[in-house]
Design a protein around this ligand. Structure first.
Ligand code: BGC
Length: 446
């Protein structure tokens, strides 16, 4: 059996602005909702904040040297909206823009393709004060921000990703209240869904109309939803889970419609049921590729406790340090699901990875054999998908560096590179050297 990936396969690694940059105050940067949320006691494990994170803002040259050593072909990062606009609405902040110009220049100099996500959750706080994503104006300001970055970085960025995981920031932030802005309201969530999708489509439209260089797509957090039993209620619960977390975003983008099951929900029907066809046309503006973040599958049962009538069940078996099931087959299944339901669009795994305890040995090494095993088994499924005719073009490991893991703060490490948060020393883990060989040989059999 040939275990080689296609010659032009893009091996990469991903990060996000709030999780690594630090430099949260000063430099003309506005506070983001994650600055506010993390500075509010009780929201983040150990009271951690993004104030310093990995200090990437000051150390990006060193970090790019690390990427070069790793051998990645592309680097997926995100642009901090509050850093590049003075008022979040219209006025650029040249100092913030300069940072991303320097970053992309340095990447290109090192032969690494820049892949930029426009929104990885750090909304300017002043926009949240005016209603956040539930306010349609936020979508308009997002388009101004997107257009500004398209223009400023035109020709430097290989691929643009409008949003990272709308489902996660909308539902964890506005329905479950465990992420910024910490709200628990189904009406707000329903409004956010439509406004975010509209912002996405409008940004794609402007990108096309103005003829900017490169490609544009979106990253969704996708996972198979399986019923806990063959009972009809559980089977329905799995369909609802699939509709809320997968199809609520896939259907509008690829088909210009919202899933029917979601429309059975009173709040969603009221918010989404009144839309004009022009808006759906904008939302379904053609994209060049789809990014998929995959971590685990969901097995669900019918439950009144869940806001939409279902609940995930706890599974036995192998878990990461987060308690997430290790289920590589789910990666294959979701890739196949996309092809079967939405066609053969180019796909990228824009995130996959795992957190483990990562203990530093006395000689300053991290023998993260579990992470290597995790990645290897997922790479194997990715290759199987390619061999079965799925249009998978690249794979970004989450993450290049240990970083601020949202509500978990610095207690969960996902990096190929260990960060000492006192000294900001970067220490490549065993998985780093293993992944380097994977890239060199273009196979997971190393
Ligand atoms: C997010 C990352 C996050 C990772 C691990 C994804 O949902 O895009 O920002 O760190 O999962 O939880």
């Amino acid at each position: 059996m040939n275990h080689n990936f296609p010659d032009d396969f893009i091996w990469g690694a991903a990060t996000a602005s709030f999780q690594i940059e630090g430099a949260a105050y000063g430099f003309g940067k506005l506070p983001s909702i994650w600055d506010t949320f993390s500075h509010t006691p009780g929201n983040v494990a150990n009271g951690d904040t993004g104030d310093f994170a990995c200090d990437h803002y000051n150390r990006f040259v060193q970090d790019i040297a690390i990427m070069k050593e790793l051998g990645i072909k592309a680097y997926r990062f995100s642009i901090s909206w509050p850093r590049v606009m003075k008022d979040a609405k219209n006025t650029p902040n040249p100092q913030g823009i300069e940072f991303y110009k320097n970053l992309t220049d340095e990447l290109i100099k090192n032969d690494i393709k820049p892949v930029a996500t426009l929104y990885h959750w750090d909304l300017p706080q002043i926009l949240q004060d005016e209603g956040g994503w539930a306010n349609k104006k936020t979508a308009e300001y997002f388009v101004n921000f997107a257009d500004l970055m398209f223009r400023e970085l035109d020709g430097r960025v290989y691929q643009w990703i409008t949003f990272n995981e709308p489902s996660v920031f909308i539902f964890l932030g506005n329905l479950d209240g465990v992420h910024a802005p910490g709200m628990k309201d189904i009406w707000t969530s329903a409004k956010c869904v439509h406004n975010v999708l509209w912002a996405h489509g409008s940004a794609v439209k402007i990108f096309r109309e103005k003829g900017y260089k490169g490609q544009i797509g979106i990253t969704l957090n996708l996972a198979p939803y399986e019923p806990a039993s063959s009972e009809i209620n559980d089977v329905m619960a799995a369909s609802t889970g699939d509709a809320q977390w997968n199809r609520l975003f896939l259907d509008p983008i690829f088909k210009g419609t919202y899933p029917e099951i979601i429309m059975n929900n009173r709040e969603f029907r009221k918010v989404l049921g009144t839309l004009d066809s022009h808006e759906m046309e904008v939302i379904s503006e053609k994209i060049d590729f789809l990014g998929i973040n995959y971590y685990f599958r969901n097995v669900v049962k019918y439950s009144q406790k869940g806001k939409l009538g279902f609940e995930s069940i706890k599974l036995d078996g192998e878990k990461t340090y987060f308690g997430w099931e290790v289920y590589p087959q789910g990666l294959y299944d979701i890739l196949k699901y996309i092809k079967e339901n939405y066609g053969n669009i180019p796909l990228y795994i824009t995130e996959n990875g795992a957190t483990y305890e990562d203990l530093l040995t006395s000689d300053m090494k991290i023998h993260d054999v579990q992470r290597i095993s995790y990645l290897k088994r997922h790479f194997e499924k990715a290759l199987r998908a390619i061999q079965d005719g799925i249009n998978l073009k690249g794979y970004y490991v989450w993450s290049l560096l240990d970083n601020f893991e949202w509500a978990e703060g610095y207690s969960k490490r996902f990096g190929l590179v260990y960060i000492d948060y006192n000294t900001f020393e970067r220490i490549p883990k065993d998985s780093f050297f293993w992944y380097k060989k994977v890239i060199e040989k273009n196979t997971f059999e190393v």
